[in-house]
Design a protein. Structure first.
Lengths: 501, 501
């Protein structure tokens, strides 16, 4: 087949354009769409999703992939073209394995189940959600069977977000975290707590917005190729490499919500804005994995945005923005406030120390459910037991326990990336600073170029070219390790809460 | 074929969803898209346009149309289902006649020609645009040939926007207007001119916006199913019957720009929000024709929004909004100011009296060019002559003459709807008020329900079911006539400028 690769790229461009059009519709739905537009919008998005899926999984795509692979068989492994063929083929083969009626069944289940979950959470009624969670478990197990796995069903599910990572890798990572973090959390819980009342005051929303914009622009997020809008549940979305948008939400009485939320989303956004242009219009033109994506949001939110050097540079400006609220609070008071940690019931409100425990709990329950070592019936009680074990707090009801997240309404396997993000972020940060020891000082002067360029050159540009473990080796020269993250936690919170054993 | 009509509707829904998705992308491009997103957006929109066109013109659509027509042959002519089959078939057959390579050629020409036109207008350089206009004329003639016509090539082109209307119908309408309006314009030009300086003052943009929103909400434009945003070239766009959006622009030193612009777009918007729900997801689910659409924007902008009863209701509120600027200006001063008419060179700045002359000139030149009675070489001079004849003003250069509009960069036949809008609007208004003589009094109390409901029941609900002449008979019980419009002009401007002969 002459020009098979060109024909493949043309086909992928069409599929990508359909997908990106769907993303525009999604962005609009979550920002500006009038309320009664929701039904028609659902239909429009479903049509685009179906067309894109049909075109991608069609036999013609497979034929073009084979012909293109033959045509370009002598290209280097990490070249754009070889990677596009390799990664697209991986996606194609996985999607090929799932029968269309099953895809439709999962979609129907998800749509119905989400509604039931909303109501069940509202009324703290786990029994009404129980059959739907049972169905989620059954469908996830079936999906894992279609995808295929050698050892554990979870391997098949995690492989979607983290190519090549195994359940045993995750167990090792979470084992390390459990061993190191559980005593740390207990120890800090016994120390004198930080006072963060300085953050809980009335803060004008327009000023919050202006300050957040200023910060992420200084980071290097490009507003000529992006936007920042308001929404209910903040997200980042890439409508093209040159059109990557952020959203945030404002709490008029709590500064952290939008400030750190905007930094967080800007990390996702700079990652997407930094993907190599040669990858545009293909499945490779986005962040490498859930964990790597989250590593960048966490890095810019926590390792940069909650660091002492950062606030040495920006606190005077923030004080000028809110003189009444912050004029009397010292840098140290503010720095300690934004780094307050304490065990709590709700994952999305958790801090960078306790967050991973929430994820570990879910990861463990998901595996027990999938492997039928735990019944859905017993899951709420298992949840409570683990919360007590890992965090020393117990939810008084299921609304604040097993019913808090929407994920299990639709499928299992979606949580680990949040914890991996913390671990990966610290490992990448340690390497970046090792290569460029001046980075913390630059941040102390409000400069981020060295860090951003290092991340762009070593991580962002690659898009989805490499599998998770492979990419970490490329970026840091080492296998995935929890050590940098633990070192970071001990260093930072030892300083704030007093030396930790 | 069993269930052919259901299969047809399913296919049309998919095509409609693709088209509406493209509309969302277009809206976003004109409101919020970051500047560097433009290239990728062009690709995304082109992909959707191609997919929708391919699916609509495919043989399968024709087969389903035939089978559905047979299946439902005994339905009443004006039922939703019979109309959907009839109108879709008309569209299908017309689009079928145009070869795909020609469609691509027109698209290429349009894209290149628009760029050349922008530069030619900027530098007042007609010769550089000349070969492109020649190509536009050639391609429009060829397109008319593909569509097919009995008498005049223009018949084929106008038929797209105004189904069933002929060139001779337009010549009759424009003949009436020329006979009645030319002396009126001359007479008014000799009267003492209205002073509209009250409109040319600094007006806070946020207050302009709030007032405009309030007015169109009172009209009955539904913000739960729509929005109002800022843009450079204002437009209305329907993303679904339940998601119809308006855009406007603000001049901080001129009140009319956004005020009447917003009213204008709200007329388009209320029309689209009023289309019968049974038509959603088909080619029939929008306004009937260019002329009918423009009739509603003109009706709500001019016949309502520039009427004395309207300002009796709203001027006190506007004075409260802008006390410094308007506190000292009487209702009469303001009413006369917003109705000032005078011959000018630029179509888009023309008032409701002189506007039609700009259109007539273009309509005549388009016909002469298409029928080779005029060469592109001689067109600028013909333009100047007609401007002098109809309006008594002569453009000093082509930038203010033949180069002012973008339309001829891409195709001919797009102008008449603007003039038809004035004529149709007045005829529909006269009928609505004839049926409900209380309408002007209601408007004087800031109430619009009777008028809006009459328009919804008699016009909006039908969508594209009927051809232009047929629809006017249905709505008003009479053939298209310029008399109501001329009566309206004479009445209104006779009052403002003194009795007209």
């Amino acid at each position: 087949m002459a020009g098979a690769y060109e024909a493949l790229r043309e086909r992928l461009r069409t599929i990508s354009n359909i997908g990106k059009a769907g993303a525009v519709l999604g962005w609009d739905q979550n920002t500006y769409m009038p309320p009664e537009g929701v039904h028609a919008r659902g239909e429009q998005m479903a049509t685009l999703a179906r067309l894109g899926h049909e075109m991608f999984t069609a036999a013609e795509t497979g034929e073009l992939l084979n012909a293109a692979a033959e045509e370009l068989s002598d290209l280097p492994y990490d070249s754009d073209d070889a990677s596009i063929i390799r990664i697209t083929r991986r996606d194609y083969e996985r999607q090929q394995r799932v029968p269309a009626p099953f895809v439709a069944e999962m979609r129907r289940h998800g749509s119905e189940s989400r509604q039931v979950w909303v109501e069940a959470r509202r009324t703290d009624d786990f029994p009404s959600f129980k059959p739907f969670l049972q169905n989620t478990v059954r469908l996830s197990r079936e999906l894992a069977g279609y995808y295929g796995y050698e050892e554990r069903p979870y391997d098949a599910l995690i492989n979607v977000a983290e190519p090549g990572l195994k359940t045993t890798d995750l167990e090792r990572i979470f084992g390390d975290l459990k061993r190191e973090q559980t005593p740390l959390i207990k120890e800090i819980a016994e120390r004198e707590q930080v006072d963060d009342s300085v953050l809980h005051q009335p803060f004008d929303e327009a000023k919050q917005e202006a300050f957040g914009r200023m910060v992420v622009e200084r980071y290097g997020y490009d507003f000529n190729r992006g936007r920042l809008d308001r929404t209910t549940h903040p997200f980042e979305i890439a409508l093209a490499i040159d059109d990557v948008r952020l959203t945030t939400r404002y709490d008029p009485n709590f500064l952290s919500m939008s400030l750190f939320g905007t930094m967080h989303e800007s990390g996702h956004g700079m990652y997407e804005q930094g993907v190599g242009r040669g990858l545009e219009g293909t499945p490779v033109a986005r962040g490498a994995s859930g964990g790597f994506h989250e590593s960048q949001s966490r890095l810019w939110e926590n390792l940069v945005g909650r660091s002492r050097p950062f606030w040495e540079a920006f606190y005077p400006e923030l004080q000028k923005t809110f003189p009444e609220q912050l004029g009397g609070a010292s840098l140290d008071t503010f720095y300690r406030a934004v780094n307050k940690v304490y065990p709590s019931l709700i994952r999305v409100e958790a801090d960078e120390l306790t967050y991973n425990m929430h994820i570990m709990l879910r990861f463990e329950l998901e595996n027990e459910l999938l492997e039928e070592r735990l019944s859905v019936q017993d899951a709420p009680e298992a949840w409570r037991r683990k919360m007590d074990e890992y965090l020393g707090v117990t939810p008084p009801n299921d609304r604040l326990g097993i019913l808090q997240d929407t994920h299990w309404a639709t499928g299992l396997g979606g949580f680990p990336n949040y914890a991996l993000g913390n671990v990966f972020g610290a490992q990448i940060w340690e390497k970046a600073v090792g290569d460029n020891p001046g980075i913390p000082d630059e941040i102390g002067q409000g400069q981020f170029e060295t860090l951003l360029h290092w991340l762009q050159d070593n991580l962002y540009v690659h898009g989805r070219k490499f599998e998770t473990k492979e990419l970490m080796e490329r970026v840091t020269g080492k296998p995935i390790s929890t050590e940098p993250y633990i070192r970071y936690l001990r260093g930072k919170f030892g300083e704030i809460y007093g030396r930790l054993s």
